[in-house]
Design a protein around this ligand. Structure first.
Ligand SMILES: C[S@@+](CC[C@H](N)C(=O)[O-])C[C@H]1O[C@@H](n2cnc3c(N)ncnc32)[C@H](O)[C@@H]1O
Length: 236
């Protein structure tokens, strides 16, 4: 059941990317098949039901597609009985720096989610119940990271959820390997980055705590050679 279910969910979440072109479709399939974060968010029930969820640095909007299809499958009764319910989210908003990615997200998902071009360091987030940042914070400098965390905290109610995935800079070879892959994928997608602003897991925990979050770290690199950790935080 679960292997079949996994295939069905990947097929459904990638199918909308046909409309966004062959690169977008292949990229979506590769990412959803190979990155444990997407199933991990569901299997661990990390995302609560919410009126609004914001995905900062959303790329081509894969998380939105994933959550929409997960909920649709759940509602149709095709859902692993031992998994937590798929989150019910009324509104998903993705913010992304790269125009091509915003175009792909819009082409794939139309009005099922909203995608805007913008910089997470300066854009208004509005009020939200859930904020997610997957593999983005290390592209902006340390002061800017704190600024984003402060503004996310201000946009959440007490108890609101913030989830981010980071690489642990104390992770040795797997950490350096993931940075190399990161730079290569970015280069192939036509972006240039001069440096990455990483921290150790302990430094991430400290920076989140001093910006008003209670945090639970969850390793999220099963099946990959990386040392990524999902930080599941509650605004206090
Ligand atoms: C590794 S990709 C992850 C994309 C998406 N979160 C996912 O998991 O599929 C990082 C994304 O962050 C975006 N990004 C980097 N810096 C940003 C910024 N300052 N504001 C908005 N997006 C940014 C990049 O353009 C890229 O699409």
């Amino acid at each position: 059941m679960t292997a079949d279910f996994r295939r069905i969910l990947i097929d459904r979440a990638t199918q909308p990317y046909y409309a966004a072109g062959s690169f977008a479709w292949h990229f979506a399939r590769g990412k959803l098949r190979g990155d444990p974060a997407f199933f991990g968010l569901l299997e661990h029930g990390l995302i609560p039901d919410a009126g609004r969820l914001i995905d900062l640095g959303c790329g081509q909007g894969l998380l939105a597609s994933w959550l929409l299809e997960a909920r649709a499958l759940h509602e149709s009764g095709n859902w692993p009985p031992h998994w937590p319910a798929a989150p019910k989210i009324k509104e998903i908003w993705g913010l992304e720096l790269m125009p091509k990615d915003v175009d792909r997200a819009r082409a794939a998902l139309g009005n099922r989610a909203q995608f805007d071009l913008g910089n997470i360091c300066t854009a208004e987030f509005g009020k939200t119940e859930v904020a997610i940042i997957l593999d983005v914070l290390h592209y902006i400098d340390h002061d800017a990271q704190e600024g984003v965390l402060r503004r996310i905290h201000a946009s959440l109610p007490a108890g609101g959820t913030f989830i981010t995935r980071i690489g642990d800079a104390a992770g040795g070879l797997p950490f350096h390997y993931s940075n190399w892959v990161d730079r290569t994928v970015f280069y192939l997608r036509g972006h240039r980055i001069s440096r990455l602003y990483c921290r150790t897991l302990n430094e991430w925990l400290a920076v989140l705590e001093r910006n008003g979050f209670r945090v639970k770290p969850l390793p999220m690199h099963k099946g990959t050679p990386f040392c990524n950790v999902m930080l599941v935080a509650q605004a206090v």
